[in-house]
Write a protein that binds this ligand. Structure first.
Ligand code: ARG
Length: 298
């Protein structure tokens, strides 16, 4: 029911929403087929306009280090095999979104990719989640675009969803999810800046009361909603936002995995009591994604 675009329309606050259990697994996808073959976001070309070139060996090394980091902090790690021709399958955040429910069950919503070149990824997510016996839910035909956790960020611990629209997902998708769950609040953000084309490039929830954010990406309405949802919002300077610091992932309220080379945000996170794990994901940034994009929490 509740799709909320303006602060004045939001009657509840996170602590008043039903609690949901944390997700303790991450689904990655082997990057053997990862490449840049077309430009579908502003990060994929170099200054002269040519497509970025991926160093496959380096990409594998970076991906392996990310996988190892998740294992080290105690998450269950599952891996989809590579699929020839699906160069972006390694960005597991996008073809689906797992939604933990207040009763402890979990469902997965399958994506509807904005670009034809990524459409076939969804089937691989469907099979994975069906094999794990998740309730698999699908958007109706009327929804043209829905890029899963790229645009849908779970509020830590609460039945509350932060939902981006504009570049890759449509409001209709969030309406379907909101209609399916009367107890869920969905806060809607109109993304403003093509460099931050998925919500997960501009917002990283840390725990129930804090998040990292890239202010430039949000409209005045969006800013007001975020300020109400997270009492502590740590702003990311633009330079570090362009280094994908906003694509950080905090899976447990303690550790924050993020792209290396963002000293200001790393320091602020440490001062706030988080353990930072800086990882090099430069090969994936050449395609417009970093840590958060490379996994689906489940
Ligand atoms: N090249 C991919 C695309 O443009 C990158 C996806 C990054 N994913 C993310 N969740 N931001 O679709």
């Amino acid at each position: 029911m509740a799709l909320i675009r303006h602060l004045k329309a939001w009657s509840r606050r996170p602590s008043e929403l039903p609690a949901v259990p944390p997700l303790k697994g991450v689904l990655l996808a082997d990057p053997a087929a990862f490449q840049v073959v077309e430009c579908i976001n502003p990060h994929m070309t170099s200054e002269d306009g040519s497509l970025n070139r991926i160093d496959a060996a380096e990409a594998r090394k970076q991906w392996q280090a990310l996988k190892d980091a998740y294992c080290r902090i105690g998450l269950e790690v599952a891996v989809l095999p590579p699929v020839p021709g699906l160069q972006d399958l390694c960005f597991s955040a996008n073809p689906s979104m797992v939604l933990p429910l207040p009763d402890g069950a979990k469902e997965v919503w399958l994506g509807r990719m904005a670009h034809a070149s990524r459409a076939a990824e969804v089937e691989h997510h469907r099979r994975f989640f069906a094999s794990r016996k998740y309730a698999v839910r699908e958007m109706p035909e009327s929804v043209a675009r829905f890029e899963g956790c790229g645009d849908g960020l779970l509020h830590p611990g609460r039945f509350l969803l932060h939902a981006g629209v504009g570049f890759r997902s449509d409001p209709g998708a969030w309406q379907i999810i909101a209609d399916a769950h009367p107890e869920l609040d969905v806060l809607l953000y109109e993304l403003q800046d093509p460099r931050f084309y998925h919500l997960d490039t501009a917002l990283a929830p840390l725990h129930e009361t804090s998040a990292l954010w890239v202010e430039e990406a949000f409209s005045p309405e969006g800013k007001a909603l975020l300020q109400a949802a997270f009492p502590t919002l740590i702003p990311i300077p633009l330079e570090e936002a362009m280094n994908f610091a906003g694509n950080a992932h905090c899976p447990d309220g303690k550790h924050v995995l993020l792209q290396a080379g963002s000293p200001i945000i790393e320091r602020k996170l440490q001062e706030a009591g988080f353990a930072t794990i800086a990882l090099e994901t430069g090969e994936f940034i050449k395609s417009g994604g970093s840590v958060f994009c490379l996994k689906q929490s489940f």
